[in-house]
Design a protein around this ligand. Structure first.
Ligand SMILES: [Zn+2]
Length: 484
């Protein structure tokens, strides 16, 4: 029995043969893709619980955001016009007080809004690192989405001691790994070389030994001081630090690598670790000297490089397709043209990202036997047609606004741009209510013209100059780790 049949689509399978069907049908039974074949005229009259006529539109795997933080979704719009240094100051100040001033309802409303945005942007799977992982697991699960969630661990920058953080992470893994029908899984997520003591790294190594199937998800080399910080833990550099705790292998996800060099790229590729690249945040808020991740060397050595949004609420875009476009623009600007092909970029936000997360046996491509995570993209408009190079259209012309239908695990979550798995009005109402609380309790003022920080910054009021100095030193990646 077919539960879902999509016919007359351009099917971009992203399978091993890179098959594209000009006029194809996808059948789904029990949440699994049962066939991907050329459309038979009989498909148009076939019976299935749900039939989607995708004539002239693209059906492709759901998008995979390989690196994201979510807790502070509701600060969106506050930082958009700030310089990099100002962002550090204001975000640190706000984050430092948010939990006590705003409480759990603020983060709950933020996660729900993030899920709604993720869904309507065609992102079916997210790899998240957050301080409110349990709220996140429930939100992702309830929305019908797929997510890998890691409780962010960083004892040098967070008042909770290392053993407490490790115990919390263990509880999260035991409770949520494999929950919501297997759509929600856990990762082990130390913040990076900047924020973790030796004791915490030892705890992380123990967690990994106890849960060998989980991904290790961390930031690395996001600051020029990365080697110095690794030296503080007795290692010669950040990769050596991971090596010492047996944490560098094909189950490891390394985010940013802005200050890594060719030698590091070779070591990463040899280890089989995956690279998570987030181009927008570092170009939008650049401060100080320019340094970009070593893409040519990573490509030369054959490392798997995939793409994530990082902090989409800092720069007001949740569009992973645009993020892929930025990856190409910034890499080509830095290293010369042809750093990525259009098809490379599609792989980086679908099948290669699924491989990085260890989910490629279930998702990332449209093939019989895989779970049915897919999107329908409307390219049948004068904005797109006529075209010849479909991968180029999908990463250069298409935006997330062209995604009209989203399916996860065979369930239709959005059809013709109408969300079916979430109560959109209640998500909006809660987000609006919590934004008003944010303003009344922190002194931020917002209007259609922009946002104004409080006259007297909270940071100055609590005399946390040392925190600010450290945030500047450690870079923006360390910011979120100050709050718990
Ligand atoms: Zn990050």
């Amino acid at each position: 029995m077919t539960d879902l049949l999509i016919h007359d689509a351009i099917v971009v399978t992203m399978d091993r043969e890179n098959r594209v069907l000009e006029n194809g049908s996808v059948r789904v039974s029990d949440g699994t893709v049962s066939s991907v074949e050329p459309t038979d005229p009989a498909d148009r009259d076939a019976t299935a619980s749900r039939v989607i006529d995708a004539d002239g539109k693209v059906v492709m795997p759901g998008l995979v955001d390989a690196h994201r933080h979510t807790d502070f979704t509701l600060v969106q719009g506050l930082f958009s016009e700030l310089a990099g240094d100002e962002l550090l100051t204001e975000a640190l100040s706000l984050y430092h007080t948010a939990e006590s001033a705003l409480g759990e309802s603020f983060f709950e409303a933020g996660w729900r809004l993030a899920c709604l945005r993720q869904l309507t942007h065609g992102v079916t799977t997210v790899n998240a690192m957050d301080f409110t992982p349990a709220i996140g697991a429930e939100a992702i699960g309830d929305a019908g989405l797929r997510g890998v969630i890691g409780p962010e661990l960083a004892d040098l920058l967070d008042p909770a001691p290392a053993d407490e953080q490790i115990a919390d992470a263990r509880r999260f893994i035991e409770t949520y790994h494999g929950s919501h029908g297997g759509r929600v899984t856990a990762s082990i997520a130390p913040g990076g070389e900047a924020g973790c003591s030796r004791e915490l790294w030892e705890g992380v190594a123990d967690l990994r030994a106890a849960y060998p199937d989980l991904r290790l998800h961390t930031h690395l080399y996001d600051s020029a001081a990365a080697d110095t910080m690794a030296a503080g833990s007795g290692a010669s550099d950040p990769l050596d630090l991971l090596d010492r705790y047996d944490l560098l292998d094909e189950r490891t996800l390394l985010t940013h690598l802005l200050h890594a060099d060719r030698d590091d790229a070779g070591r990463i590729a040899e280890s089989g670790a995956h690279v998570l690249h987030c181009p927008t945040v570092y170009s939008y808020f650049r401060s100080g000297g320019r340094s970009w991740f070593p893409l040519p060397s990573l490509s030369e050595f054959g490392a798997n490089v995939v793409i994530g949004l990082d902090d989409p609420f800092w720069f007001d875009s949740w569009d992973l397709i645009q993020e892929a476009k930025h990856a190409r623009l910034l890499s080509n600007y830095e290293y010369g043209s042809q750093q990525w092909s259009s098809y490379d970029l599609l792989e980086a936000i679908t099948v290669d990202a699924a491989r990085a997360l260890g989910l490629d046996d279930r998702i990332g491509s449209l093939e019989p036997g895989k779970r049915a995570d897919l999107i329908v993209v409307d390219v049948d408009t004068p904005r797109h047609r006529p075209f010849s190079n479909l991968p180029s259209v999908l990463v250069n012309t298409v935006t997330a606004g062209d995604v009209e239908t989203v399916v996860v695990d065979g369930r239709v979550l959005m059809a013709d741009r109408s969300v079916e798995s979430m109560d959109v009005e209640s998500v909006r109402a809660a987000a609006t209510r919590e934004r008003e609380r944010l303003e009344s309790r922190t002194g931020w003022e917002t209007s259609l013209a922009g946002s104004t920080p409080p006259d007297e910054s909270i940071l100055r009021r609590v005399s946390s100059r040392a925190l600010l100095r450290a945030a500047r030193q450690y870079g923006r990646g360390a910011l979120a780790r100050w709050v718990r």
